[in-house]
Design a protein around this ligand. Structure first.
Ligand code: ZN
Length: 463
């Protein structure tokens, strides 16, 4: 088959398949995978119709299987990373779009961005330079056998009897090379500003955990020429680690069942070793807050991910607006800002472990996934510092209500957090009975229960 004919043939199949059901064409699955998998070195920018429903338009784009690279929420422009075969799908669906070879995708990666061994070197250097403050942690192994590293930073000499934990992680998605930089900047800032009263208060009062690069294999692939690689490297096509977590895995069209898709959720719940490593680690440390750094779109995202779902405890949203005012990124749930998402880390952290987690999407459309390092690295990480500082301050403030229960079999105990006769959160105490509940100002009843048995009740006032 000559190239043009092949292109026509493949794009026709693809259009049909994407518009109709995939299942009827099961025998062509290999060709579909090839087509969807072909390197996406073009960007199609679609300006949505501001007079019609934003969410409906985003859902339509998502349902056609496109790789949404990022958005400009204010101007309602969506960037799709596509290959030439996918152009016909845009045409068939009558989108108004501009396709271009995108300089952002082709100019190459600034060499200052980190690879997995550079991350390891930096963390080891911190241990050497600040041996009492920094502890190196092995989070787990990747599919290809690389170690996912993290650190714990705290002042071991502080008088605090109890130190809550906070977590910052980067690079679930390989091509988002700015995300480890944001995590590394937090460590550099804390370690080099220990004389600052605010910093010493944080390091005396809590443990700060940093995991700069979750997807080490994917990142290695990015450095080996696949600059638009997003997933891990398992199963030929890779799995989207941020669609592989157990909560509502594959539940609401917030991920794909097709292996070649950029949002492939994997063959089963938490199938990937990288996901498992993060789950084990987060379960162990039970941080009060988490930020998972991604790029791009200048957003602050909080649970829940499936369309129409919201956490009844509004405190997460309130903290997101505070961060939003400081760094001027747009705040909301995934489905308000982008599209429905299932199997993501923040939903799992909140619903399973009562962590208050955020995704911060760094950079905007002009900068894209891999902005020039010298021009953008420092600007980007400095701009978002107020956001993580808010979380560190909140952790030690009265807005995070802290207590401890002492019962046998604490695993079977939960705390119903009640406001105006409604349970707004069911909190599972830590294994030592501790709890750290983020709340807005107001009066709440905390009811510790085991099944139907009420163990204790207390009324608290949050100022
Ligand atoms: Zn991402």
């Amino acid at each position: 088959m000559n190239k043009n004919l092949r292109k026509y043939f493949l794009s026709s199949i693809l259009t049909l398949l994407l518009i109709q059901s995939f299942s009827a064409f099961a025998s062509d699955l290999n060709s579909i995978n090839e087509v969807l998998f072909a390197e996406k070195d073009l960007i199609a920018s679609i300006t949505l119709d501001k007079n019609s429903n934003y969410k409906k338009q985003m859902d339509q784009i998502k349902s056609l299987g496109f790789d949404v690279a990022g958005i400009d929420f204010k101007n309602k422009i969506v960037d799709l990373a596509i290959n030439e075969f996918e152009i016909s799908i845009l045409e068939k669906n009558k989108f108004h779009y501009i396709v271009k070879w995108e300089e952002r995708l082709t100019r190459g990666l600034s060499e200052e961005y980190k690879n997995p061994s550079e991350i390891e070197d930096i963390l080891n250097q911190w241990v050497t330079d600040y041996p009492s403050m920094v502890t190196l942690i092995e989070i787990g192994k990747s599919f290809e056998g690389r170690t996912i590293f993290g650190v714990k930073i705290t002042n071991p000499k502080s008088q605090a009897t109890y130190k809550p934990n906070v977590l910052f992680n980067g690079m679930h998605h390989a091509r988002e090379v700015m995300s480890p930089e944001a995590v590394l900047d937090i460590g550099e800032y804390l370690l080099t500003n220990q004389g600052d009263l605010q910093v010493s208060t944080w390091l005396n009062g809590m443990n700060v955990y940093l995991v700069p690069m979750v997807n080490v294999d994917g990142n290695n692939k990015v450095w080996n020429g696949s600059t638009m690689w997003r997933k891990n490297t398992n199963l030929t096509y890779g799995v989207d680690l941020n669609r592989n977590y157990p909560y509502q895995w594959g539940a609401c069209n917030g991920s794909s069942g097709y292996a070649s898709s950029q949002t492939y959720r994997g063959p089963s719940v938490a199938s990937e070793v990288e996901t498992q490593a993060m789950m084990k680690f987060v379960t162990k440390i039970r941080p009060v807050f988490d930020i998972s750094f991604h790029s791009y779109s200048e957003l602050i995202i909080y649970p829940l991910g499936c369309s129409g779902q919201k956490a009844k405890n509004g405190a997460m949203a309130s903290v997101a607006s505070l961060m939003s005012q400081e760094i001027m990124y747009q705040a909301g749930t995934p489905w308000e800002l982008l599209y429905g998402v299932d199997g993501d880390d923040i939903d799992w952290m909140y619903t399973t472990l009562n962590v208050y987690p955020y995704v911060i999407e760094l950079n905007n459309r002009k900068q894209g996934f891999q902005p020039d390092y010298k021009a953008w690295r420092d600007k980007t990480v400095k701009r978002i510092r107020p956001a993580w500082k808010i979380l560190l301050n909140k952790t030690l403030s009265e807005k995070v209500y802290k207590g401890q229960l002492s019962y046998e079999n604490i695993d079977s105990v939960s705390i119903n957090v009640i406001k105006n006769n409604e349970v707004i959160e069911t909190y599972k105490p830590h294994t030592d009975g501790r709890y750290n509940i983020l709340l807005n100002s107001g009066t709440y009843t905390l009811k510790a229960v085991r099944g139907r048995e009420i163990l204790e009740t207390k009324v608290i006032e949050i100022k």
